[in-house]
Design a protein around this ligand. Structure first.
Ligand code: AHR
Length: 508
Protein backbone atom coordinates (compact mmCIF):
# COMPACT_ATOMS: atom_id res chain seq x y z
CA UNK A 1 0.00 0.00 0.00
CA UNK A 2 1.01 3.63 -0.54
CA UNK A 3 -0.13 6.72 1.31
CA UNK A 4 0.25 10.41 0.49
CA UNK A 5 2.18 12.89 2.61
CA UNK A 6 3.52 16.41 2.22
CA UNK A 7 6.35 18.47 3.63
CA UNK A 8 6.37 22.24 3.18
CA UNK A 9 9.12 24.68 4.13
CA UNK A 10 9.60 28.34 3.24
CA UNK A 11 12.91 30.20 3.07
CA UNK A 12 11.36 33.04 5.10
CA UNK A 13 10.22 30.74 7.89
CA UNK A 14 13.50 29.75 9.44
CA UNK A 15 13.77 28.44 12.98
CA UNK A 16 17.43 29.08 13.81
CA UNK A 17 20.95 28.56 12.51
CA UNK A 18 21.95 24.95 13.08
CA UNK A 19 24.74 24.68 15.63
CA UNK A 20 27.13 22.12 14.20
CA UNK A 21 27.89 20.94 17.71
CA UNK A 22 24.61 18.98 17.49
CA UNK A 23 26.85 16.32 15.93
CA UNK A 24 28.96 15.66 18.99
CA UNK A 25 30.09 12.36 20.48
CA UNK A 26 31.34 11.13 23.82
CA UNK A 27 34.52 9.32 24.84
CA UNK A 28 34.60 8.02 28.41
CA UNK A 29 37.21 6.02 30.26
CA UNK A 30 34.79 3.11 30.31
CA UNK A 31 35.17 -0.45 29.09
CA UNK A 32 36.98 -0.50 25.76
CA UNK A 33 36.09 2.97 24.57
CA UNK A 34 39.51 4.54 25.21
CA UNK A 35 41.86 1.60 25.87
CA UNK A 36 41.51 -1.07 23.16
CA UNK A 37 39.16 1.31 21.36
CA UNK A 38 40.45 4.63 20.06
CA UNK A 39 43.81 3.78 21.72
CA UNK A 40 45.64 0.54 21.12
CA UNK A 41 49.42 0.98 20.97
CA UNK A 42 50.17 -2.44 19.48
CA UNK A 43 47.66 -2.12 16.65
CA UNK A 44 49.08 -2.09 13.09
CA UNK A 45 47.44 1.30 12.40
CA UNK A 46 48.50 2.96 15.70
CA UNK A 47 50.31 6.32 15.64
CA UNK A 48 53.14 7.48 17.92
CA UNK A 49 50.64 8.15 20.73
CA UNK A 50 49.09 4.70 20.36
CA UNK A 51 45.88 5.92 18.70
CA UNK A 52 44.40 3.62 16.09
CA UNK A 53 44.48 5.11 12.60
CA UNK A 54 41.52 3.09 11.36
CA UNK A 55 39.31 4.35 14.23
CA UNK A 56 40.54 7.91 13.62
CA UNK A 57 39.56 7.61 9.94
CA UNK A 58 36.10 6.31 10.83
CA UNK A 59 35.69 9.13 13.36
CA UNK A 60 36.47 11.63 10.62
CA UNK A 61 33.99 9.91 8.32
CA UNK A 62 31.38 10.05 11.08
CA UNK A 63 31.86 13.82 10.98
CA UNK A 64 31.57 14.41 14.72
CA UNK A 65 32.27 18.04 15.60
CA UNK A 66 32.81 17.99 19.38
CA UNK A 67 33.70 15.26 21.88
CA UNK A 68 32.80 15.06 25.57
CA UNK A 69 35.58 13.68 27.79
CA UNK A 70 36.63 11.96 30.17
CA UNK A 71 33.17 10.84 31.44
CA UNK A 72 30.36 10.21 32.29
CA UNK A 73 30.31 8.58 35.65
CA UNK A 74 34.09 8.22 35.44
CA UNK A 75 34.39 12.01 35.75
CA UNK A 76 33.05 11.95 39.32
CA UNK A 77 36.08 10.05 40.68
CA UNK A 78 38.79 11.34 38.31
CA UNK A 79 41.98 13.08 39.41
CA UNK A 80 43.15 15.05 36.37
CA UNK A 81 46.68 15.21 37.82
CA UNK A 82 46.96 11.42 37.42
CA UNK A 83 46.73 11.77 33.64
CA UNK A 84 49.52 14.31 33.00
CA UNK A 85 53.30 14.06 33.16
CA UNK A 86 55.58 11.11 32.41
CA UNK A 87 53.49 8.05 31.60
CA UNK A 88 55.69 5.67 33.57
CA UNK A 89 55.02 7.66 36.72
CA UNK A 90 51.24 7.81 36.37
CA UNK A 91 49.31 5.98 39.08
CA UNK A 92 47.03 3.02 38.50
CA UNK A 93 43.73 3.64 40.28
CA UNK A 94 40.51 1.84 41.09
CA UNK A 95 37.71 3.35 39.01
CA UNK A 96 34.64 3.12 41.23
CA UNK A 97 32.31 4.17 38.41
CA UNK A 98 32.91 1.02 36.36
CA UNK A 99 34.76 -1.28 38.79
CA UNK A 100 37.83 -1.29 36.56
CA UNK A 101 41.50 -0.39 36.89
CA UNK A 102 42.41 2.95 35.32
CA UNK A 103 46.01 3.01 34.09
CA UNK A 104 46.04 6.73 33.21
CA UNK A 105 48.09 6.05 30.10
CA UNK A 106 45.67 8.31 28.24
CA UNK A 107 45.13 11.69 29.87
CA UNK A 108 44.63 15.32 28.94
CA UNK A 109 47.58 15.73 26.54
CA UNK A 110 47.10 12.41 24.76
CA UNK A 111 43.39 13.08 24.34
CA UNK A 112 44.02 16.56 22.98
CA UNK A 113 46.48 15.04 20.50
CA UNK A 114 43.73 12.66 19.39
CA UNK A 115 41.27 15.58 19.03
CA UNK A 116 43.73 17.35 16.77
CA UNK A 117 44.32 14.15 14.79
CA UNK A 118 40.62 13.73 14.02
CA UNK A 119 39.80 17.46 13.81
CA UNK A 120 37.25 17.55 16.60
CA UNK A 121 36.67 20.16 19.34
CA UNK A 122 37.10 19.10 22.99
CA UNK A 123 34.37 19.35 25.61
CA UNK A 124 35.88 18.55 28.99
CA UNK A 125 34.28 17.90 32.35
CA UNK A 126 35.38 18.60 35.91
CA UNK A 127 34.94 16.27 38.85
CA UNK A 128 32.22 17.61 41.13
CA UNK A 129 31.77 14.22 42.80
CA UNK A 130 34.79 13.49 44.98
CA UNK A 131 36.29 16.92 44.26
CA UNK A 132 35.12 20.48 43.78
CA UNK A 133 35.81 24.09 42.83
CA UNK A 134 39.47 24.09 43.84
CA UNK A 135 40.50 21.23 41.55
CA UNK A 136 38.26 22.54 38.77
CA UNK A 137 39.91 25.95 38.73
CA UNK A 138 43.34 24.32 38.91
CA UNK A 139 42.56 22.01 36.01
CA UNK A 140 41.36 24.95 33.91
CA UNK A 141 44.43 26.98 34.83
CA UNK A 142 46.64 24.03 33.85
CA UNK A 143 44.89 23.71 30.49
CA UNK A 144 44.09 27.24 29.40
CA UNK A 145 46.30 29.77 31.20
CA UNK A 146 49.14 30.98 28.93
CA UNK A 147 52.01 30.67 31.43
CA UNK A 148 53.84 32.22 34.34
CA UNK A 149 52.04 30.28 37.10
CA UNK A 150 52.97 26.97 38.65
CA UNK A 151 50.15 25.06 36.93
CA UNK A 152 50.43 26.64 33.48
CA UNK A 153 54.20 26.19 33.58
CA UNK A 154 53.69 22.58 34.60
CA UNK A 155 51.67 22.13 31.40
CA UNK A 156 54.45 23.77 29.41
CA UNK A 157 56.97 21.45 31.02
CA UNK A 158 54.79 18.58 29.79
CA UNK A 159 55.30 19.70 26.21
CA UNK A 160 52.31 22.00 25.62
CA UNK A 161 53.84 25.46 25.32
CA UNK A 162 50.60 26.97 24.08
CA UNK A 163 47.36 26.85 26.11
CA UNK A 164 45.16 23.89 25.20
CA UNK A 165 42.23 26.27 24.60
CA UNK A 166 39.46 24.00 25.89
CA UNK A 167 36.36 26.16 25.59
CA UNK A 168 33.45 23.97 26.70
CA UNK A 169 33.31 22.52 30.23
CA UNK A 170 30.74 20.33 31.95
CA UNK A 171 30.23 20.98 35.65
CA UNK A 172 30.17 17.35 36.78
CA UNK A 173 28.03 14.50 35.50
CA UNK A 174 24.58 13.17 36.44
CA UNK A 175 24.86 14.45 40.00
CA UNK A 176 21.24 13.47 40.73
CA UNK A 177 21.88 9.75 40.18
CA UNK A 178 22.25 7.35 43.13
CA UNK A 179 24.86 5.46 41.03
CA UNK A 180 27.02 8.56 40.85
CA UNK A 181 30.20 8.77 42.92
CA UNK A 182 29.12 11.34 45.53
CA UNK A 183 25.53 11.97 44.42
CA UNK A 184 24.22 15.35 45.51
CA UNK A 185 20.92 16.95 46.36
CA UNK A 186 19.89 19.71 43.95
CA UNK A 187 20.76 22.36 46.54
CA UNK A 188 24.18 20.85 47.21
CA UNK A 189 24.89 20.56 43.48
CA UNK A 190 23.41 23.95 42.56
CA UNK A 191 25.64 25.69 45.11
CA UNK A 192 28.81 23.87 44.08
CA UNK A 193 28.05 24.37 40.38
CA UNK A 194 27.62 28.09 40.97
CA UNK A 195 30.85 28.50 42.92
CA UNK A 196 32.80 26.32 40.50
CA UNK A 197 31.46 28.26 37.52
CA UNK A 198 32.37 31.53 39.21
CA UNK A 199 35.98 30.49 39.82
CA UNK A 200 36.40 28.92 36.40
CA UNK A 201 35.19 32.08 34.65
CA UNK A 202 37.59 34.16 36.72
CA UNK A 203 40.41 31.94 35.46
CA UNK A 204 39.21 32.04 31.83
CA UNK A 205 36.25 34.29 30.94
CA UNK A 206 36.06 32.87 27.40
CA UNK A 207 34.80 29.42 28.42
CA UNK A 208 31.26 28.04 28.14
CA UNK A 209 29.78 26.06 31.03
CA UNK A 210 27.08 23.42 31.24
CA UNK A 211 25.32 22.52 34.50
CA UNK A 212 23.92 19.04 35.05
CA UNK A 213 20.23 18.64 34.48
CA UNK A 214 18.59 15.37 35.48
CA UNK A 215 20.21 12.18 34.29
CA UNK A 216 16.97 11.20 32.56
CA UNK A 217 13.49 12.58 31.85
CA UNK A 218 11.95 9.82 33.96
CA UNK A 219 14.03 10.43 37.07
CA UNK A 220 11.58 10.94 39.97
CA UNK A 221 13.21 14.29 40.72
CA UNK A 222 13.08 15.58 37.12
CA UNK A 223 11.78 19.12 37.09
CA UNK A 224 12.40 19.81 40.76
CA UNK A 225 16.09 19.10 40.15
CA UNK A 226 16.28 21.55 37.22
CA UNK A 227 14.38 24.24 39.09
CA UNK A 228 16.43 24.05 42.30
CA UNK A 229 19.79 23.73 40.53
CA UNK A 230 19.05 26.73 38.33
CA UNK A 231 17.82 28.73 41.29
CA UNK A 232 21.46 28.62 42.44
CA UNK A 233 23.48 28.74 39.24
CA UNK A 234 21.24 30.18 36.48
CA UNK A 235 23.27 33.39 36.11
CA UNK A 236 26.58 31.51 36.10
CA UNK A 237 26.09 28.84 33.42
CA UNK A 238 25.33 28.84 29.69
CA UNK A 239 23.81 25.39 29.22
CA UNK A 240 21.77 22.83 31.07
CA UNK A 241 22.39 19.18 30.20
CA UNK A 242 19.90 16.47 29.20
CA UNK A 243 20.65 12.74 28.96
CA UNK A 244 18.47 10.12 27.33
CA UNK A 245 18.92 6.46 26.45
CA UNK A 246 16.17 4.90 24.37
CA UNK A 247 14.85 1.61 25.65
CA UNK A 248 12.35 -1.10 24.82
CA UNK A 249 10.45 -1.94 27.98
CA UNK A 250 9.40 -5.59 28.28
CA UNK A 251 5.80 -4.35 28.56
CA UNK A 252 5.90 -2.88 25.04
CA UNK A 253 8.55 -3.92 22.57
CA UNK A 254 6.74 -2.70 19.46
CA UNK A 255 8.69 -0.74 16.88
CA UNK A 256 5.93 1.87 16.76
CA UNK A 257 6.37 2.63 20.47
CA UNK A 258 10.14 2.55 20.09
CA UNK A 259 9.86 5.23 17.39
CA UNK A 260 7.52 7.30 19.60
CA UNK A 261 10.54 8.08 21.78
CA UNK A 262 11.24 10.81 19.25
CA UNK A 263 8.18 12.65 20.63
CA UNK A 264 9.05 11.74 24.23
CA UNK A 265 12.45 13.35 23.82
CA UNK A 266 10.95 16.36 22.06
CA UNK A 267 8.80 16.85 25.14
CA UNK A 268 11.84 16.41 27.36
CA UNK A 269 13.52 19.28 25.52
CA UNK A 270 10.42 21.47 25.55
CA UNK A 271 9.68 20.82 29.23
CA UNK A 272 13.28 21.60 30.14
CA UNK A 273 13.12 24.85 28.17
CA UNK A 274 9.91 25.70 30.03
CA UNK A 275 11.54 25.09 33.43
CA UNK A 276 14.63 27.13 32.51
CA UNK A 277 12.44 29.97 31.26
CA UNK A 278 10.28 29.88 34.39
CA UNK A 279 13.45 30.29 36.47
CA UNK A 280 14.36 33.21 34.20
CA UNK A 281 10.93 34.72 34.79
CA UNK A 282 11.24 34.28 38.55
CA UNK A 283 14.60 36.02 38.43
CA UNK A 284 13.27 38.80 36.15
CA UNK A 285 15.96 37.77 33.66
CA UNK A 286 15.89 38.04 29.87
CA UNK A 287 18.60 35.38 29.61
CA UNK A 288 17.55 32.26 27.70
CA UNK A 289 19.53 29.20 28.74
CA UNK A 290 20.78 26.89 26.00
CA UNK A 291 20.55 23.11 26.14
CA UNK A 292 23.29 20.50 25.80
CA UNK A 293 21.91 16.99 25.12
CA UNK A 294 25.29 15.56 25.99
CA UNK A 295 24.40 11.87 26.24
CA UNK A 296 21.96 10.17 23.91
CA UNK A 297 21.63 6.85 22.14
CA UNK A 298 19.73 3.59 22.03
CA UNK A 299 20.83 1.51 25.05
CA UNK A 300 18.75 -1.35 26.39
CA UNK A 301 20.43 -4.66 25.60
CA UNK A 302 23.92 -4.47 27.13
CA UNK A 303 22.72 -2.41 30.05
CA UNK A 304 21.79 -4.08 33.27
CA UNK A 305 23.18 -6.99 35.21
CA UNK A 306 26.20 -8.24 36.99
CA UNK A 307 28.49 -7.75 33.99
CA UNK A 308 28.73 -4.11 35.04
CA UNK A 309 30.46 -5.08 38.27
CA UNK A 310 33.43 -7.16 37.18
CA UNK A 311 35.44 -9.10 39.70
CA UNK A 312 39.17 -8.45 39.89
CA UNK A 313 39.17 -4.81 38.73
CA UNK A 314 40.03 -5.55 35.06
CA UNK A 315 41.69 -3.08 32.71
CA UNK A 316 39.52 -2.03 29.76
CA UNK A 317 36.92 -4.81 30.11
CA UNK A 318 34.43 -5.24 27.28
CA UNK A 319 31.43 -3.41 28.73
CA UNK A 320 28.13 -2.06 27.37
CA UNK A 321 28.87 -3.27 23.84
CA UNK A 322 25.45 -2.79 22.36
CA UNK A 323 25.06 -4.28 18.89
CA UNK A 324 22.79 -2.01 16.88
CA UNK A 325 20.05 -3.00 14.45
CA UNK A 326 18.47 -1.40 11.40
CA UNK A 327 15.54 -0.45 13.63
CA UNK A 328 17.92 1.44 15.93
CA UNK A 329 19.39 3.32 12.97
CA UNK A 330 15.92 4.50 11.97
CA UNK A 331 15.25 5.83 15.47
CA UNK A 332 18.62 7.60 15.49
CA UNK A 333 17.70 9.27 12.18
CA UNK A 334 14.35 10.37 13.58
CA UNK A 335 16.02 11.71 16.71
CA UNK A 336 18.38 13.77 14.59
CA UNK A 337 15.45 15.37 12.74
CA UNK A 338 13.92 16.21 16.12
CA UNK A 339 17.18 17.70 17.39
CA UNK A 340 17.45 19.89 14.28
CA UNK A 341 13.85 21.02 14.77
CA UNK A 342 14.81 22.29 18.26
CA UNK A 343 17.86 24.20 17.01
CA UNK A 344 16.60 27.43 18.55
CA UNK A 345 17.51 26.21 22.07
CA UNK A 346 19.42 22.97 21.56
CA UNK A 347 23.00 23.85 20.69
CA UNK A 348 25.04 20.78 21.61
CA UNK A 349 24.32 17.05 21.52
CA UNK A 350 26.70 14.14 22.04
CA UNK A 351 25.91 10.65 20.86
CA UNK A 352 27.04 8.32 23.65
CA UNK A 353 29.54 7.02 23.01
CA UNK A 354 32.03 6.82 20.11
CA UNK A 355 33.84 3.49 20.18
CA UNK A 356 32.81 0.02 21.41
CA UNK A 357 30.75 1.29 24.39
CA UNK A 358 27.18 1.94 23.09
CA UNK A 359 28.91 3.18 19.99
CA UNK A 360 28.70 3.78 16.24
CA UNK A 361 32.25 2.41 15.79
CA UNK A 362 33.30 -1.09 16.88
CA UNK A 363 36.77 -2.59 17.01
CA UNK A 364 38.47 -5.90 17.53
CA UNK A 365 41.77 -5.70 19.40
CA UNK A 366 44.50 -6.17 16.81
CA UNK A 367 41.81 -6.49 14.15
CA UNK A 368 39.32 -4.49 12.16
CA UNK A 369 37.08 -1.55 12.93
CA UNK A 370 33.60 -1.25 11.47
CA UNK A 371 30.52 0.95 11.30
CA UNK A 372 27.47 -0.06 13.31
CA UNK A 373 24.07 0.62 11.76
CA UNK A 374 23.64 3.84 13.74
CA UNK A 375 26.84 5.24 12.24
CA UNK A 376 25.09 5.99 8.97
CA UNK A 377 22.26 8.42 9.81
CA UNK A 378 24.63 10.32 12.09
CA UNK A 379 27.33 10.57 9.42
CA UNK A 380 24.83 11.66 6.77
CA UNK A 381 23.31 14.35 8.98
CA UNK A 382 26.73 15.58 10.15
CA UNK A 383 27.88 15.79 6.56
CA UNK A 384 24.87 17.47 4.98
CA UNK A 385 23.16 19.60 7.66
CA UNK A 386 24.65 23.08 7.32
CA UNK A 387 22.98 26.46 7.55
CA UNK A 388 19.52 27.41 8.79
CA UNK A 389 16.90 24.98 10.01
CA UNK A 390 13.58 25.79 8.31
CA UNK A 391 10.25 25.20 10.02
CA UNK A 392 8.80 21.99 8.61
CA UNK A 393 5.06 21.67 8.08
CA UNK A 394 4.25 17.96 7.84
CA UNK A 395 0.95 16.51 6.68
CA UNK A 396 0.83 12.74 6.88
CA UNK A 397 -1.40 10.01 8.20
CA UNK A 398 -0.12 8.28 11.29
CA UNK A 399 -0.65 5.88 14.13
CA UNK A 400 -2.01 6.04 17.64
CA UNK A 401 0.39 6.05 20.55
CA UNK A 402 -0.71 5.64 24.17
CA UNK A 403 1.49 8.47 25.45
CA UNK A 404 1.37 10.99 22.63
CA UNK A 405 -1.86 10.36 20.73
CA UNK A 406 -1.77 10.42 16.94
CA UNK A 407 1.78 10.48 15.51
CA UNK A 408 2.52 11.20 11.84
CA UNK A 409 4.40 8.52 9.96
CA UNK A 410 6.70 11.22 8.61
CA UNK A 411 9.49 12.76 10.72
CA UNK A 412 11.35 15.43 8.77
CA UNK A 413 13.82 18.27 9.04
CA UNK A 414 15.13 20.68 6.44
CA UNK A 415 18.37 22.64 6.62
CA UNK A 416 19.24 25.28 4.04
CA UNK A 417 22.75 26.50 3.43
CA UNK A 418 22.66 29.94 1.82
CA UNK A 419 26.45 29.80 1.37
CA UNK A 420 26.37 26.79 -0.97
CA UNK A 421 22.76 26.98 -2.18
CA UNK A 422 22.24 23.42 -0.96
CA UNK A 423 19.15 22.31 0.93
CA UNK A 424 19.25 19.04 2.87
CA UNK A 425 16.01 17.18 3.63
CA UNK A 426 16.04 14.39 6.22
CA UNK A 427 13.10 11.99 6.25
CA UNK A 428 11.99 9.03 8.33
CA UNK A 429 9.01 6.96 7.18
CA UNK A 430 7.74 5.36 10.39
CA UNK A 431 5.14 3.24 8.64
CA UNK A 432 6.33 -0.34 8.91
CA UNK A 433 4.15 -1.56 6.07
CA UNK A 434 3.39 1.21 3.60
CA UNK A 435 5.28 3.28 1.09
CA UNK A 436 5.01 7.05 1.40
CA UNK A 437 4.29 9.07 -1.71
CA UNK A 438 5.78 12.36 -0.56
CA UNK A 439 5.59 15.82 -2.04
CA UNK A 440 8.21 18.29 -0.77
CA UNK A 441 7.73 22.03 -1.33
CA UNK A 442 10.90 24.07 -0.95
CA UNK A 443 9.28 27.50 -1.19
CA UNK A 444 11.54 30.43 -1.94
CA UNK A 445 14.61 28.24 -2.32
CA UNK A 446 14.94 28.51 -6.09
CA UNK A 447 12.75 26.93 -8.72
CA UNK A 448 15.30 24.98 -10.71
CA UNK A 449 16.94 22.28 -8.58
CA UNK A 450 19.44 19.57 -9.17
CA UNK A 451 20.07 16.57 -6.97
CA UNK A 452 23.38 16.58 -5.10
CA UNK A 453 22.68 13.42 -3.08
CA UNK A 454 19.78 11.06 -2.55
CA UNK A 455 20.17 8.07 -0.24
CA UNK A 456 17.94 5.71 1.66
CA UNK A 457 18.61 3.35 4.52
CA UNK A 458 16.20 0.45 4.57
CA UNK A 459 16.42 -3.15 5.62
CA UNK A 460 13.75 -5.77 5.06
CA UNK A 461 14.91 -7.19 8.38
CA UNK A 462 14.65 -4.56 11.12
CA UNK A 463 16.83 -6.75 13.34
CA UNK A 464 19.73 -6.83 10.86
CA UNK A 465 23.09 -5.77 12.29
CA UNK A 466 26.59 -4.98 11.03
CA UNK A 467 29.36 -7.21 12.32
CA UNK A 468 33.11 -7.65 11.79
CA UNK A 469 32.32 -10.34 9.21
CA UNK A 470 29.46 -8.48 7.53
CA UNK A 471 30.21 -4.80 8.18
CA UNK A 472 28.02 -3.37 5.42
CA UNK A 473 24.82 -5.37 5.81
CA UNK A 474 22.94 -2.20 6.80
CA UNK A 475 24.17 0.84 4.87
CA UNK A 476 22.71 3.66 2.79
CA UNK A 477 21.91 3.01 -0.84
CA UNK A 478 20.95 5.36 -3.67
CA UNK A 479 17.39 6.67 -3.54
CA UNK A 480 16.02 6.70 -7.06
CA UNK A 481 12.93 8.16 -8.65
CA UNK A 482 12.96 11.77 -7.40
CA UNK A 483 10.92 14.01 -9.70
CA UNK A 484 11.64 17.74 -9.64
CA UNK A 485 9.14 20.33 -10.83
CA UNK A 486 10.00 23.93 -9.97
CA UNK A 487 10.24 24.18 -6.19
CA UNK A 488 8.52 20.84 -5.80
CA UNK A 489 10.10 17.41 -5.31
CA UNK A 490 8.20 14.12 -5.45
CA UNK A 491 9.55 10.87 -4.12
CA UNK A 492 8.36 7.52 -2.85
CA UNK A 493 9.86 6.40 0.45
CA UNK A 494 10.02 2.75 1.41
CA UNK A 495 8.28 1.63 4.59
CA UNK A 496 10.55 1.84 7.65
CA UNK A 497 13.17 3.89 5.86
CA UNK A 498 15.53 6.77 6.57
CA UNK A 499 16.20 9.06 3.63
CA UNK A 500 18.44 12.03 2.86
CA UNK A 501 17.89 14.26 -0.16
CA UNK A 502 20.21 17.16 -0.89
CA UNK A 503 19.36 19.48 -3.75
CA UNK A 504 20.83 22.67 -5.06
CA UNK A 505 19.17 25.63 -6.72
CA UNK A 506 20.40 26.17 -10.25
CA UNK A 507 18.16 29.25 -10.78
CA UNK A 508 17.00 31.84 -8.22
O1 AHR B 1 27.32 6.51 28.81
C1 AHR B 1 27.35 5.57 29.84
C2 AHR B 1 26.98 6.20 31.18
O2 AHR B 1 25.63 6.55 31.16
C3 AHR B 1 27.68 7.47 31.55
O3 AHR B 1 28.91 7.26 32.18
C4 AHR B 1 26.73 8.11 32.50
O4 AHR B 1 26.82 9.51 32.51
C5 AHR B 1 25.36 7.61 32.05
O5 AHR B 1 24.61 7.14 33.11
Amino acid sequence: MTFEASLIVDRDFDLAPLDRRLFGVFVEHLGSCVYNGIHEPGHPTADEHGFRGDVAELTKELGATIVRYPGGNFMSGYNWEDGVGPKDQRPRRLDLAWFSTETNQVGTHEFMAWCRKVGIAPMFGVNLGTRGPDEARHYLEYCNHPGGTALSDLRRSHGAEEPLGIKFWCLGNEMDGPWQICQKTPDEYGRIAKETAKLMRWVDPTIELAACGSSAYDMPTYGVWEDRVLEHCFEFVDYLSLHSYFVKPASDTSTESFFAQIETNARYIEDTVAIADSVATRKRSTKRLKLSFDEWNVWYRARHGEHLKQAGWPEAPRLLEEVYTAEDALLIGGMLTMFMNHADRLKVACMAQLCNVIAPIMTEPGGTAWRQTIFHPFAQAARWAHGDVLRSVVKAPGYANARHGELPYLCASVVDDAATGQTAVFLLNRSLTDEMDLSISLRGLGSGREIVLAEQLHSADLHATNTADAPNRVAPEPLAGIAIDGEQLRVTLKPASWNVIVTKAVRA
